[in-house]
Write a new protein. Structure first.
Length: 104
């Protein structure tokens, strides 16, 4: 059984026991969060009806807060001497999927 969930503007395919990195959520490690479900596949049946999926939630436990890789941004304009260098590290939260509700 697996589900497609929406977290941080992205969609992830998850199953029970998976660990995935999503955008930072303001929850302490050890606490639980619920992710909204887009699609649920349970063996032979595929559920994508929004009315049925409104009650289906994916339960996850926060494992850790981390930072992503450094991204270097360079801006340059020719013949003017303009150069600008910036960097960015996205903040992530690692979550472990503990349960997927079944569609009724």
């Amino acid at each position: 059984m697996y589900a497609i969930v929406r977290a941080g503007g992205r969609q992830h395919k998850v199953a029970v026991g998976d660990v995935l990195e999503i955008d930072r959520v303001g929850v302490k490690p050890g606490d639980s969060v619920e992710l909204s479900t887009i699609l649920v596949v349970d063996g032979e049946t595929v559920t994508s009806d929004p009315w049925v999926l409104a009650g289906v939630k994916v339960h996850a436990e926060v494992v850790d807060h981390t930072k992503g890789d450094k991204i270097t941004i360079l801006k340059y304009k020719n013949k003017t001497g303009y150069r600008k260098r910036m960097g960015h590290r996205q903040k992530h939260t690692a979550v472990r999927i503990t349960g997927i509700d079944t569609a009724k």
